[in-house]
Design a protein around this ligand. Sequence first.
Ligand SMILES: *[C@@H]1O[C@H](CO)[C@@H](O)[C@H](O)[C@H]1NC(C)=O
Ligand SMILES: *[C@@H]1O[C@H](CO)[C@@H](O)[C@H](O)[C@H]1NC(C)=O
Ligand SMILES: *[C@@H]1O[C@H](CO)[C@@H](O)[C@H](O)[C@H]1NC(C)=O
Ligand SMILES: *[C@@H]1O[C@H](CO)[C@@H](O)[C@H](O)[C@H]1NC(C)=O
Ligand SMILES: *[C@@H]1O[C@H](CO)[C@@H](O)[C@H](O)[C@H]1NC(C)=O
Length: 358
Amino acid sequence: MWSRVFLLLWVVGYGVLVWCQLSTAAAQASSNNVSSTLFPPMGNSLQSTVKTSNAMHTYVCDNDESWILVRAAGELLDFDTEQVVGDYTTDFSSGYPVINFTLLNSAADAAESGSLTSSVSVSPIVTVMSNGTTESLSQATSHQNLGAASMVSYVVLLNPQGGQAPAASLCTDEFGTLQSISVKVPFTAVFEIYTQNVVPPPVPGSLNVPNARLIEGFFAQGSMSYQYNGSMWLEQSTSACLYNVVGGYKVGKFQNLQEPDGFGSRLNWHIFNPNGFSLTGQNFVKPVLLSTADVPWALFKITSSSGNTSLLGPYTFVQLVSSRGGNAPLLADSVDLPPGLVWTSPFSCIFWFYTNST
Ligand SMILES: *[C@@H]1O[C@H](CO)[C@@H](O)[C@H](O)[C@H]1NC(C)=O
Ligand SMILES: *[C@@H]1O[C@H](CO)[C@@H](O)[C@H](O)[C@H]1NC(C)=O
Ligand SMILES: *[C@@H]1O[C@H](CO)[C@@H](O)[C@H](O)[C@H]1NC(C)=O
Ligand SMILES: *[C@@H]1O[C@H](CO)[C@@H](O)[C@H](O)[C@H]1NC(C)=O
Ligand SMILES: *[C@@H]1O[C@H](CO)[C@@H](O)[C@H](O)[C@H]1NC(C)=O
């Protein structure tokens, strides 16, 4: 029990490092198990399926006479037409894989963005062993240049074959300076590339917004803390950064206010300048739990606001959908825990902002 708890706390602690001030969403680049499937959250759509071509895994010999994977790279072909659509390289220098997909822009995108390619970097958030290698769900951590990769949010790696290190016996002193030995091993896989939708996914009936017009959506990534009091997990704090898209640029923050507004609301969305504004709200209906690992989807009524809301607002409702992670551990797992233990869980979701329909 405890070893599992420590493992989870370690994983969670790793996620918490990536807070608002730090820019990457590599937050969950570890084998955390907040959602056990290789599907991105609802609200993202499959944009294209590609396969590797001429891909290689490069290993170097380390001092323990074992092989270390230092690079994975190859071309990308459209899965059906087999036309080259770009390439990818994986960098392991930060301690976890960062996969950079560089996609060729269409002529129209190239003219608009001024660049022949558009790229996105992603890092694994879920990994599953399959046939001796690893399948994964990766989340975008940064984008560069408008075009084919601008709205890429998640990438799923499927059907990996090959790429394993050769026998450890090949990595020994006899071949000279250990660090100078390297091998390249052929590798094939399929990547499913997902983009973030520009409208919310279908929601459970009670979360539909009454008389409203959709304005905009923001991806949120942050953490929720719970404290165990001996019989229950009590929510302690919530905070997240808001981004234009998964792995995009930071546009604001979401937090739980210490002091409620005049209507008893504590949930606060703050969008930075220019045109910054702040909304405070509370649950409008009972949130709906769609999976035990992920925070419930919810509909919040805005009770007070300030700043430049007149441009597109006034905002009336905010919907929380497409959640991943963020729930307290199940009570059944809590029996051995010391009261006072604080649990911090990374989470992400998409908030959709609405105004009145008139
Ligand atoms: C993740 O969760 C699934 C289902 O609960 C379980 O089968 C699997 O072993 C877990 N994986 C890890 C790495 O803990
Ligand atoms: C991906 O790699 C290319 C080529 O090295 C680089 O120009 C680009 O900035 C990288 N993109 C991201 C999103 O890191
Ligand atoms: C497992 O991998 C081997 C070699 O990489 C391949 O021949 C075999 O078809 C794979 N099996 C499955 C079930 O994917
Ligand atoms: C934990 O908090 C709940 C809700 O406030 C309370 O009912 C319960 O008695 C507390 N448990 C302990 C052991 O203090
Ligand atoms: C409203 O937006 C303008 C710029 O568009 C900015 O200078 C001003 O500080 C904003 N006002 C508030 C209250 O955020």
